[in-house]
Design a protein around this ligand. Structure first.
Ligand code: PEP
Ligand code: MN
Length: 336
């Protein structure tokens, strides 16, 4: 971090600024220029209250020269993180396919879908039990009963399960869940993130609707700084002016995040596009760009789905897609 001082700053003001940095336990390096002086701050600048420092007399500007995320930063942890889930791993060298309905609707529905996605080669079963819906009048999910049904499907198929949490108050319901999803709308629910930092469970953290990559990484930092580094990031499309697709898949985020962090990154082509016929091309793009997997909505009867039918593949469409995915993943030298 560097602090740029105003021209003609008084010696008293400089002493005051240096004192504040020293009080935070950090060292400084002063560069004296012809007209402007700059203070370099050396050490862990997360301890600095930038807002407070900005208001000190003599400060013109403060600029960060290193990223504010530390634990999830690849600079401090060059090796890719691998997360053990079920009998496999999520991370570099693997391509995970999480598939299932937007919402768990009934025992018959989730078990039928679980069996079919397992037969097609999915590595994990997805299904929403606690559903964040834009309208309070829309189907809100089967909640704890939905999780019980997912666990039934897991027992029958052996597939690990991923399902969304909306509040830490229901964390007990997730005791046997393999991956806890934090949805786009809760990406900055900091109390929830901190609570999940105390758990050891893998967390699937989805990018917020209008969040920057740095905000996504800072949310991951909330979880990681609590001691839980089992985090999978998910690019699920962001809000733009485009209306033909539900969101805009920021495919470059996958490559950028791979540079910035050691955490695995998957994409969600279903929520990114809102259209089932766009899912397959985006899955191909995910493999090509080096994503560590995808999360795809599959429904046994999309026209009757209680949520997100238009973006859900049928089991046979998913089966076709998986044949192609297997060939491409093998070509890339990765394991499913
Ligand atoms: C979901 O995965 O069911 C979901 C609600 O996704 P998102 O949080 O990305 O909108
Ligand atoms: Mn959905």
């Amino acid at each position: 971090m560097i602090i740029i001082l105003k021209e003609g700053v008084s010696a008293n003001a400089v002493d005051n600024i240096l004192g504040k940095i020293k009080d935070a336990g950090l060292n400084t390096h002063m560069s004296v220029g012809a007209s402007k002086h700059i203070i370099g701050v050396i050490g862990d600048t997360t301890k600095i209250n930038v807002g407070q420092l900005m208001t000190q007399e003599g400060v013109e500007d403060i600029r960060r020269v290193s990223e504010p995320f530390k634990t999830v930063n690849r600079k401090f942890h060059p090796n890719d993180t691998h997360i053990a889930v079920g009998n496999g791993f999520i991370g570099e060298g693997f391509f995970s396919v999480m598939a299932g309905p937007c919402s768990v609707e009934s025992e018959e529905q989730i078990i039928e879908i679980a069996k079919s996605v397992k037969a097609s080669g999915a590595t994990c079963l997805r299904g929403g039990a606690y559903k964040p819906r834009t309208s309070p009048y829309a189907f809100q999910g089967l909640k704890s009963e939905g999780i019980r049904l997912l666990l039934e499907a897991k027992k029958i198929t052996g597939l690990p399960i991923v399902t969304e949490i909306m509040s830490a108050s229901v964390l007990d319901d997730f005791a046997d869940v393999d991956i806890i999803q934090v949805g786009a709308r809760n990406m900055q629910n900091f109390d929830l993130l901190s609570e999940l930092g105390h758990s050891k469970k893998p967390i699937l953290l989805k990018r917020g609707l209008s969040s920057t990559m740095e905000e996504l990484l800072m949310s991951a930092e909330y979880i990681a700084s609590g001691g839980n580094e089992n985090i999978i990031l998910c690019e699920r499309g962001i809000r733009t002016f485009e209306n033909y697709t539900r969101n805009t898949l920021d495919i470059s985020a996958v490559a950028m995040l791979k540079r910035l962090t050691h955490l695995p990154i998957i994409i969600d082509p279903s929520h990114a596009t809102g259209k089932s016929y766009l899912v397959s091309p985006l899955v191909k793009s995910a493999i090509s760009i080096g994503a560590d997997g995808v999360i795809v909505e599959v429904h046994n009867n999309p026209p009757m789905a209680l949520c997100d039918g238009a973006q859900s593949l049928t089991p046979s469409e998913f089966d076709e897609l998986m044949k192609d995915v297997k060939r491409r993943v093998e070509f890339e030298g990765k394991k499913l």
